[in-house]
Design a protein around this ligand. Structure first.
Ligand code: NAD
Length: 405
């Protein structure tokens, strides 16, 4: 890679949704290092604020990556934050145009797609940074640092639980577009590929064998309470149901960012219409196309003898990850709020590390910004500084695909 520390990294943002906007915040604050030179999204309404924020003219806004390529505009890198199904195609296109890529996870939807990206990154000599935020997050870094402390002794086992909260489960994986395996990948892959990566990073070990267990699905017709109606808005037991769409959208006004009012419609009217007519108003036990597994666990036997279990549980109250690391001399356990250490030696006092502060911080407690910083620094310095290049991130993707079989 060339050293280009004397000039700004020219970036195109592709897919201007929630994630890309987080990454662009870093660019916005570091205009001496990088500049946004183009925006790409088929939905023009996503451009407005960003266009003004980065002072871009109309001819720097494109509805597809094809159009950007055809324009001949020169740039160094792009940020790809589109829905998963486009990651593979757009990344290959960007790499073959000679651009580095900051790519949202997952890289691709099949093993061969992920391998293609790694191969193309090697062949073109361009970086692909996969946005596996846990490796950049202060809480997860502390877990790693503690587990490496010689005082703990070696790691014996890891138990890591991804608790997918009720609201996310109902909205995204049961009623929403992520509820069909054929259209997407599995919930485990979507939610846990970076948990698998975290465990591999934590243990620093290679995998000897992988086993996966899929639990019985919860959100099926057979599990519906007797009095349940097809739609929550017509349901007499809706107030007692933890998955009530009326409660989620109408009373709590949660997860409604993607719903839009029609001309002249109030928000209440729009939400009532969504409850009556859209996929989001349905009883969670009556979404017949939903075929995704909502409980899965993976057991990894690592070469050094460590056993690691990664569990995904949908529909839970809590929505944080829990990790228990059993070491020779201590147990380290964390729930994203605290890390507790108890020592086998009774004369050693237990320790607690407070991470409640990270909850008050946006950008995954700053992790999103560090990802972009390392990506830009790597390009400017011509030296790979990113922690999550595609080459490293490949193993966790492959393990998740293996877990599906
Ligand atoms: N790293 C993480 O912690 C994390 C968290 C959430 C989501 N994600 C991943 O981030 C990605 C984006 O998620 P999001 O919540 O920001 O989505 P979003 O729906 O908010 O934004 C996606 C944007 O992509 C645009 N788009 C669709 N097709 C496109 C195309 N062909 N070319 C250009 N733009 C296109 C859409 O119009 C939309 O503006 C997904 O892959 C998701 O899995 C990662």
């Amino acid at each position: 890679m060339h050293d280009m520390s004397d000039r700004k990294v020219r970036i195109a943002a592709v897919g201007l949704g929630n994630r890309t906007c987080k990454y662009l915040s870093y660019v916005s604050e570091h205009r001496d290092m990088a500049e946004v030179v183009a925006l790409v999204d088929p939905d023009a309404s996503r451009m407005h604020g960003l266009r003004a924020g980065f002072s871009l003219s109309e001819d720097r806004c494109f509805s597809s990556l094809d159009d950007l390529v055809a324009s001949g505009l020169e740039l160094d890198a792009c940020i790809i934050g589109t829905p998963d199904i486009f990651h593979h195609e757009l990344t290959l296109q960007a790499l073959h145009n000679g651009w580095h890529v900051l790519l949202e996870k997952p890289m691709g939807q099949t093993e061969s797609q992920c391998r293609d990206i790694v191969q193309a990154s090697i062949e073109t000599g361009k970086i692909v940074t996969v946005c596996y935020v846990l490796r950049y997050h202060p809480y997860f870094n502390k877990l790693k640092q503690l587990s490496e402390d010689p005082k703990m002794g070696r790691i014996l086992s890891v138990r890591h639980i991804e608790r997918v909260g009720r609201d996310r489960t109902a909205h995204t994986f049961v009623r929403g577009p992520w509820n069909m395996k054929e259209m997407n990948t599995t919930v485990f892959f979507t939610k846990c590929c970076h948990d698998v990566d975290f465990v591999l990073w934590l243990t620093g070990d290679d995998v000897d064998s992988v086993k996966s267990y899929m639990g019985e699905r919860i959100f099926t017709e057979g599990n519906a309470p007797e009095q349940a109606a097809k739609r929550c808005i017509d349901c007499e037991i809706e107030r007692k149901c933890p998955y009530s769409a009326v409660d989620l959208y109408l009373r709590r006004k949660d997860w409604i960012k993607g719903f839009t009012c029609q001309p002249g419609e109030t928000q209440e009217e729009m939400l009532t219409r969504m409850l009556k007519d859209s996929r989001y108003g349905r009883c969670v036990y009556d979404c017949p196309e939903n075929d995704v597994i909502d409980r899965q666990s993976m057991i990894l036997e690592l070469k050094s003898g460590i056993r690691a279990e990664i569990i995904m549980e949908c529909g839970t109250d809590e929505k944080d990850r829990m990790t228990v690391i059993e070491c020779e001399n201590a147990t380290i356990s964390g729930d994203e709020s605290y890390i507790d250490i108890t020592y086998r030696n009774p004369s050693e006092n237990p320790e607690r590390h407070d991470f409640l502060w990270t909850r008050k911080q946006d950008f995954h407690a700053g992790a999103d910004l560090i990802i972009v910083k390392e990506f830009i620094d790597s390009i400017r310095e011509g030296h790979l500084r990113t922690r999550t290049p595609a080459q490293t991130s490949l193993s966790s993707h492959i393990l998740c695909f293996q877990a599906e079989n």
